[in-house]
Write a protein of this length. Structure first.
Length: 147
């Protein structure tokens, strides 16, 4: 791996460490929160590692019909309302996706294959989230284990 790739991977780790720290501060059931966070991290790692080549054909077919275009406009308006309503959440997600895309770009330039890129992205993101949440939980409660 190139020397410059470590900068983006470190940025990815720090970004997900901060996300894990903030995620641990929520007053919601931790099992549900951590399950959704881990699932979304894995989905993002898959989406960044294995780009869908058929998505362009699907999008062209979808927008060529009147029904598809109408549903897209309605869905776009709904997403715009959600984005403006929950701007803090949207900004956090955008930072996480941007850090992942930057790391994936550096990995791709290094010539790594898709499975290896997935393993690196998923392991760095999950390690960052786990350490961030674990350290915040340890500092808050003084315990290492949820009970």
């Amino acid at each position: 791996m190139k020397k410059n790739s470590w900068v983006s991977l470190t940025l990815l780790f720090v970004t997900y460490f901060t996300f894990g720290w903030k995620l641990s501060e929520f007053d919601v059931p931790p099992h549900l929160t951590w399950f959704l966070a881990i699932a979304s991290i894995l989905v993002l790692a898959v989406a960044l590692s294995f780009p869908l080549r058929d998505i362009k054909a699907f999008m062209v077919r979808w927008f060529s019909s009147d029904f598809g275009a109408f549903l897209s406009i309605i869905l776009g308006a709904f997403v715009a309302v959600v984005v403006f309503t929950w701007m803090h959440l949207f900004a956090t997600c955008l930072v996480l996706i941007s850090a992942g895309a930057l790391a994936r770009l550096d990995i791709q330039i290094s010539g790594w294959k898709n499975w290896r890129a997935f393993a690196v992205l998923a392991s760095i993101c999950l390690t960052g989230v786990g350490l961030g949440g674990g350290i915040e939980f340890l500092l808050k409660t003084g315990r290492l284990v949820l009970s």
